[in-house]
Design a protein around this ligand. Structure first.
Ligand code: FAD
Ligand code: SF4
Length: 510
């Protein structure tokens, strides 16, 4: 072989121009390595899904005559890092040049850049051909402008890629239909059940277990239901556009004890591993709407398009604009430890019990569960963002740092001091009750702020805003919150802060 091409575990894009033609002088390699399995405690479904999807991708490439080595975790020749394994292959096959696709993670990007600068054969990188935007496009767009508002970037993307546009104006005359998209699930309303596949990942499971890798969550290795290849990903996409898109927007923020994915697409793993491209997902949703405007209203479609063309590209842009400093930001100087029950779900707070429980069972929670239940609580309780990141980076099937950290440290913990959001996402029981049925059977009373059975969110909410008044008091979007707080009687203040203090001192027991 003349050339070695490294494929990372989240680069399973069979449509990449690398694979346009088989070339017998090129050797491809994918590898299962300890540097990737050990940097956090991954959910066991996530670890198995990545390995199985990678192995399937290597098989596919070989079947198409792209010579590909797949280094398994327990292969005696596996040196357990990208660089050591590449060095060994370069030596073994007397390789003359090395190539890789631009990594999405800063850590791997640095590792490979350093590696290539010391390599004594030519090395080259190329784009992953996956995203709408390049790494630095967001930085260029906002340069010289005030702030980094997602909405401005999203509108630019809509125009640039001519998506849901009517000439220069947005289709239906509005850029954003968020206010139509906040409904609770009505009683006896049952969303389409999630489409589940039946994949066997026993071999991957045993390799991970035999290597003694620490993981979290549960799995049935005979029945892993996440899409592990492009065909399954495409099936999930069709299932979504046919069955879930018609009500996606309406119930986007709804949470329910019996429904773990409501009308959400569950396409994040397929997209983050690049088995599907964001363009084909957006394209399929728009096509479904064009064919069936009677059953898919514009608010359903726009809400979905904004997540992918807006938020997903925006978070990637912020990541490349702000790393590596971003991973250390801690605006509120929060230092508390994450309660142990984040790892078990064993808490009396029903909303957290369910959101954490389903995350451990399915390696999945939808956006509002991540933002307004687990994230909201961690923020109100003043948990150290390093601990919060460690949890989010491991537990979800789709967790990869570029999209995890911007959402967690940024959007949900406001540890970036307002780069990704104009105010912290905080809420008391009132909001949680409005969006879910969690409060119906909770140990705590959602209507109470003080007293032993008062919902902890209620006092912690006020305590958080009181504690951080110096940093948040001038935020115009919070003026109402502070006005309400100031209107409360001094006795109410004292009792609320006392209850909050009790909750903070007894986090493990809540
Ligand atoms: P849907 O609701 O069906 O949305 C469709 C797609 O839009 C998703 O697949 C995703 O690709 C994209 N999307 C939606 N919201 C966002 C967002 N805020 N940022 C980027 N893309 C978005 N997403 C990840 O992919 N990986 C993560 O590690 C991750 N961590 C998160 C941590 C926190 C604290 C929060 C609040 C959000 C996080 N998200 C993350 C964003 C979002 O919650 C998930 O993308 C989504 O829940 C995945 O489920 P879905 O595919 O069913 O999404
Ligand atoms: Fe969560 Fe409070 Fe509602 Fe219980 S009462 S489910 S703790 S918001």
């Amino acid at each position: 072989y003349k050339k070695l091409r490294l494929i990372l575990g989240d680069q399973l894009n069979q449509k990449h121009s690398w694979f346009a033609q088989a070339d017998q002088s090129i050797l491809y390699v994918l590898m299962e390595i300890r540097t990737e399995t050990d940097y956090v405690w991954h959910h066991i479904q996530k670890a198995c899904a990545f390995f199985a999807a990678m192995e399937g991708f290597a098989d596919l490439l070989n079947s198409r005559h792209h010579d590909t080595i797949y280094l398994k975790l327990d292969d005696p020749s596996n040196l357990q890092s990208f660089t050591a394994n590449c060095n060994a292959l370069i030596k073994k096959y007397q390789i003359e040049s090395f190539e890789y696709q631009l990594p999405d993670e800063y850590r791997v990007d640095e590792e490979l850049k350093t590696y290539c600068s010391a390599l004594n054969i030519p090395a080259q990188t190329c784009d992953t051909e996956h995203f709408y935007t390049t790494r630095d496009e967001l930085g260029t767009f906002f340069s010289g402008k005030k702030g980094l508002l997602m909405e401005n970037f999203y509108r630019e993307m809509r125009k640039k890629h001519n998506i849901l546009m009517d000439g220069k104006e947005p289709i239906a005359g509005k850029w954003n239909f968020d206010e139509d998209n906040r409904k609770k699930l009505p009683k006896n309303h049952h969303p389409y059940p999630p489409l589940l596949f039946t994949n066997t990942v026993q071999a991957q499971y045993h390799r991970i277990r035999n290597a003694g890798i620490e993981t979290i969550g549960s799995i049935d290795p005979q029945n892993l239901y996440w899409p592990l290849n492009r065909q399954q990903s495409l099936k999930l996409l069709s299932y979504f556009t046919e069955n879930c898109l018609p009500l996606f927007g309406t119930f986007q923020d709804a949470m329910h004890t019996d429904e773990w994915s409501v009308y959400h697409s569950r396409l994040s793993f397929s997209m983050n591993t690049k088995m599907l491209s964001p363009k084909e997902v957006v394209g399929a949703a728009v096509a479904a709407w064009e064919q069936n405007k009677k059953s898919i209203a514009i608010n359903q479609l726009e809400g979905f398009v904004r997540q992918i063309l807006g938020w997903r590209e925006y978070m990637r842009g912020i990541y490349w604009l702000k790393m590596p400093d971003y991973q250390k930001l801690n605006y509120f100087d929060h230092q508390r430890k994450l309660p142990d029950w984040y790892w078990t779900g064993k808490t009396k707070m029903n909303c957290l019990k369910h959101s954490i429980g389903q995350s451990l069972n399915h390696a999945y929670a939808h956006h509002i569960q991540r933002l307004m239940i687990t994230g909201n609580f961690a923020l109100l309780a003043g948990i150290n963002p390093d601990e919060v990141d460690f949890w989010y980076l491991g537990i979800y099937i789709d967790a990869i740092q570029w999209v995890e950290i911007t959402n967690t440290r940024g959007m949900s913990q406001y540890a970036d001091g307002g780069i990704t959001g104009s105010k912290p996402y905080t809420a008391s029981a009132n909001y949680i009750h409005k969006q879910s049925n969690y409060c119906d059977n909770c140990h705590y009373d959602r209507t109470k702020r003080t007293g032993e059975d008062a919902c902890p969110f209620n006092s912690l909410y006020w305590d958080f805003h009181d504690r951080h008044r110096a940093k948040l008091g001038n935020n115009i979007r919070l003026s109402m919150v502070y006005r309400l707080w100031d209107k409360m009687a001094p006795d109410d203040h004292e009792a609320t802060l006392l209850r909050a203090n009790f909750c903070l001192e007894n986090l493990e027991k809540l």
